[in-house]
Design a protein around this ligand. Structure first.
Ligand code: MSP
Length: 522
């Protein structure tokens, strides 16, 4: 069976600041889906990277007394280190300062210019530097007491811009966009975002300024080098330049990978991705992506978390406390993807101690210890005990997981997928409690049953490790090592691998340290 291409992207992050929980959240969610699809046999291409041009980055570099290039090179290292720390398995990391990307963007704008979709004009209006977004007078509230005009999206002061610019004929694509949304209601998720985009486009589109004459830090327009390309036009193009758009040597790869199956984005950048980006593609005669999915914001005490508000924890500080997998698990399990989610230290400790230390970690510890003690540290032979019902409930739950998890993952419902897996974790703990292998180990006649019980529990643990691997890659890899099962990342047929009864009898089982040591609250 030939593998199917599955191309998944995160936004490329601005390098005005270091990686934070918001960017880590998108990246972990994308990584989990990428790992899951690989285990289901897809040929995954997972792209992330950096949005390095534009006024915002230019200003951040100036504030640090560095050239933009020095600044972006420094931040590049920080982002790559952060993703390495979080075990992100991206197949590619694009930077918009990469030569190949810059050539691809220039090829794209040149094509649109040559065919008359880009024209010269004058821009007079407002610009939000933090969002790198244009606003018309009609979008704004009257000036505030300080005489400032405020960005309707991020509530920060706007700058007035009056420039000769080049414009993209966005308005020309209004009908084509509406037809696409109508024909494919799944193209944008969740539904609230879909509705928001449709009504925005129905209210009418204005042409978009796609060049800046006063911003030096950007890609020059090929036909007029006194302008740099608007940073969003540059950034959005990364999804196609990364896989070879505009590069004849990579035409086959581009044809194979595009269209993307998923663009993951935050809800604040939906319009760029669901209106401007598909219009750019339509203009260039390129297919639109299959799905654009917007997650919500992480909130602390009901407020958007951000560095400027001082309520942002760093990913590193949380990883230090909760481990990488504890960090990943919390955000996937506790924040419903697609909605805003409140996060707090208390709920993190609760989730970690309850689900990870008590349920999953403790199951492994007590089981591996019993196998060590009663079975010489080897997977026991269950076949002497002939009761067919032994462990029946575990086998039943395990058999439901492939379809159930697939259904929930295909809806990006990470929390519900983990819930389904947790049924097996909990049932295995209950099974051990009820069958009491420590008592069965005391007498000769009950030894065969004791071996069958431990075998069944080990098999359940192997299956849990398989299904939790996408969200908690380090722990699952470690469980596989402790069960002498080889490299979990070679698995590309999860359904087959999750069939009951495959753990080899006689495999060494290593006790090891607790997988999730309990956190004692200060
Ligand atoms: N550079 C643009 C994206 C270009 S994609 C072609 C950009 N970068 S960003 O670094 O500002 O933001 C990246 C992502 O982080 C966005 O999807 C945004 O929603 C997300 N988050 C930033 N703060 C967030 C929270 N507090 N919570 C969740 N995600 C949020 O936009």
């Amino acid at each position: 069976m030939s593998k199917q291409s599955f191309y998944l992207t995160t936004p490329i992050y601005y390098v005005n600041s270091v990686p934070h929980l918001g960017t880590a959240y998108t990246t972990v969610a994308a990584d989990t889906l990428a790992r899951y699809r690989r285990m289901r046999g897809d040929d995954v291409w997972f792209l992330t990277g950096l949005d390095e041009h534009g006024q915002k980055v230019e200003e951040a570099a100036a504030a640090a007394d560095m050239t933009p290039q020095e600044w972006v090179d420094k931040l590049d290292v920080e982002f790559k280190d952060a993703w390495k720390m979080l075990t992100i398995s991206n197949d590619q990391f694009i930077r918009t300062t990469d030569d190949e990307h810059m050539r691809g963007v220039q090829a794209l704008v040149q094509k649109l210019y040559d065919q008359g979709d880009i024209y010269a004009g004058t821009y007079e209006g407002w610009y939000c530097v933090p969002d790198e977004a244009y606003w018309a007078e009609s979008d704004l509230e009257p000036a505030n007491e300080e005489g400032e005009r405020i960005c309707p999206d991020c509530n920060r002061p706007l700058k007035y811009v009056e420039e000769e610019n080049y414009f993209f004929k966005l308005s020309k694509y209004e009908d084509a966009l509406l037809e696409w949304y109508a024909a494919d209601p799944d193209c944008i998720g969740p539904e609230t975002r879909y509705n928001e985009v449709v009504s925005f486009v129905k209210s009418g589109l204005r042409d978009l300024s796609i060049s800046r004459s006063n911003v030096k830090w950007g890609i020059p327009l090929p036909w007029d080098e006194s302008h740099t390309i608007y940073v969003w036009f540059d950034a959005l193009s990364n999804y196609i330049t990364a896989i070879g758009y505009g590069d004849p040597a990579r035409a086959d790869q581009f044809a194979y990978r595009w269209p993307a199956q998923y663009h993951f984005v935050g809800k604040d950048i939906v319009r760029f991705h669901c209106v401007i980006w598909p219009a750019m593609l339509m203009a260039a005669g390129i297919e639109v992506p299959e799905h654009i999915y917007a997650h919500g914001f992480l909130l602390t005490k009901g407020e958007k978390m951000s560095k400027s508000k001082g309520n942002a924890q760093t990913p590193a500080s949380l990883v230090e406390r909760f481990s990488v997998d504890g960090f990943r698990y919390y955000f996937l399990r506790d924040v419903s993807f697609g909605n805003d989610g409140n996060i707090s230290m208390e709920s993190m400790v609760q989730r970690y101690n309850g689900d990870l230390a008590n349920d999953w970690g403790n199951l492994c510890s007590r089981l591996f210890n019993m196998v060590d003690k009663y079975c010489d540290g080897e997977v026991p032979d269950p076949t002497v005990h002939e009761d067919e019902d032994e462990g029946a409930r575990l086998k039943e739950i395990a058999a439901t997981l492939p379809d159930c998890v697939e259904d929930r993952m295909s809806k990006l419902n990470y929390g519900a997928a983990l819930d389904a897996i947790w049924e097996l974790v909990k049932e295995t703990n209950r099974y051990l409690e009820e069958s009491a292998p420590w008592a069965l180990a005391n007498e000769e006649p009950t030894l065969p049953r004791m071996r069958a019980v431990l075998y069944n529990a080990l098999e359940a643990v192997r299956i849990v490790a398989l299904f939790t691997a996408p969200s908690m890659p380090n722990t699952s890899a470690e469980v596989f090592v402790r069960l002498s099962l080889g490299d979990i990342w070679k698995i590309d047929d999860l359904v087959e691998a999750a069939k009951w009864g495959q753990i080899p009898i006689g495999n060494a089982v290593i006790k090891g340290d607790p997988l999730f040591p309990r956190i004692v609250e200060d």
